[in-house]
Design a protein around this ligand. Structure first.
Ligand code: ZN
Length: 326
């Protein structure tokens, strides 16, 4: 479907769909994404407080410890998996469950994202995920990025009055940015297109309603090779350093407490820091040319994704048969 003759640069970091193997190899595709909240959003584990961390950042002449809000790994995978299964249903009619022990283990999504064995005798395999997510951190301190109270729209007051004393969850502010990497291991170009389609089109994360959890995933680049790229935490720190050194903030403190960051400026810095880490750590990763990424995105977000999923289904089933033979 997406052949290496047309896109020889994809030979690094992916495997051909006829050569999928259950023995892990070191083919890595790193997708660099800036997640931008376009509405208020709720990311919480206890239903009330936002999940927070404590992170130290240092430049040559300053060090600061701040409390970023977190978007846990599971908030990202849960939403992307649900979206991916819906996409498959729409495009090729595949029905698959989100319930842990009831996933079909047949579809492209299950074979790529993994699934647990079920009690059902013919589903005794568990399939390891080949898509890796990482907890994401806000660039700004919780005091700037998170509202503890959210005003209900006036029209909601009648219905809500009985609940008026219930504490509302913490709300992340629109405009909040999360530097993120999604990494695929031993994936095919077709599976990469599937993940790109999900990333480009999925617009809801966290607790979702019509007014909450809207996200714009800016895809900044794809890097392929024999290893994983830098982690989200490292990228977040490096982006903050750059914001304070060249981004118009006098200090790190000013950068983490800013009322907003420009997503275009941050996108540029995030890309630069990712590439800087590759060079500094001598990582075996190369950037896929933008024309190729644009071609892949066009296929991934259009009708062609149906053909891509059909072709991948055959390969995914052969892959699963290999696992069963073991
Ligand atoms: Zn499935």
């Amino acid at each position: 479907m997406i052949d290496y003759d047309t896109y020889p640069e994809l030979e690094r970091g992916t495997v051909h769909r006829d050569e999928m193997s259950i023995a892990p190899k070191n083919n890595f595709t790193n997708i660099l994404v800036l997640r931008e909240l376009e509405s208020h959003a709720v990311f919480t584990t206890d239903g009330e407080s936002a999940d927070l961390a404590s992170v130290a950042v240092r430049t040559e002449d300053e060090s600061v410890t701040y409390s970023p809000g977190l978007m846990f790994m599971r908030k990202q995978t849960g939403s992307d998996r649900r979206f991916g299964k819906a996409l498959q249903r729409d495009l090729v009619g595949t029905e698959c469950s989100m319930k842990v022990n009831e996933m079909c283990q047949e579809c492209v999504e299950c074979i790529l994202y993994g699934s647990a064995a079920s009690s059902d005798a013919d589903q005794e395999l568990s399939i390891t995920s080949r898509v890796m997510y990482d907890t994401a951190y806000t660039l700004r301190d919780a005091s700037a990025a998170i509202d503890e109270k959210f005003q209900n729209a006036p029209g909601d007051e009648y219905a809500k009055s009985a609940e008026a004393t219930i504490r509302e969850p913490d709300f992340f502010e629109p405009g909040t940015l999360f530097p993120t990497v999604v990494t695929l291991r031993d994936a095919t170009p077709e599976e990469l297109a599937f993940v790109l389609g999900i990333t480009a089109k999925n617009k809801r994360y966290g607790a979702t309603t019509s007014r909450l959890g809207r996200v714009n995933n800016h895809i900044l680049g794809i890097y392929t090779g024999s290893e994983e790229g830098p982690a989200n935490l490292e990228l977040t720190r490096a982006t903050l350093r750059r914001l304070s050194e060249t981004g118009g903030y006098d200090t790190l403190e000013d950068a983490v407490t800013a009322s907003a960051h420009d997503p275009d400026v941050v996108s540029g810095y995030l890309t630069e820091t990712f590439e800087e880490r590759i060079a500094a750590d001598n990582l075996d990763l190369a950037r896929v040319p933008d024309e190729t990424v644009n071609d892949l995105l066009e296929m991934a977000t259009g009708d062609q994704l149906a053909d891509i999923l059909e072709a991948q289904t055959t390969a995914s089933n052969q892959f699963k048969a290999q696992a069963g033979d073991d």
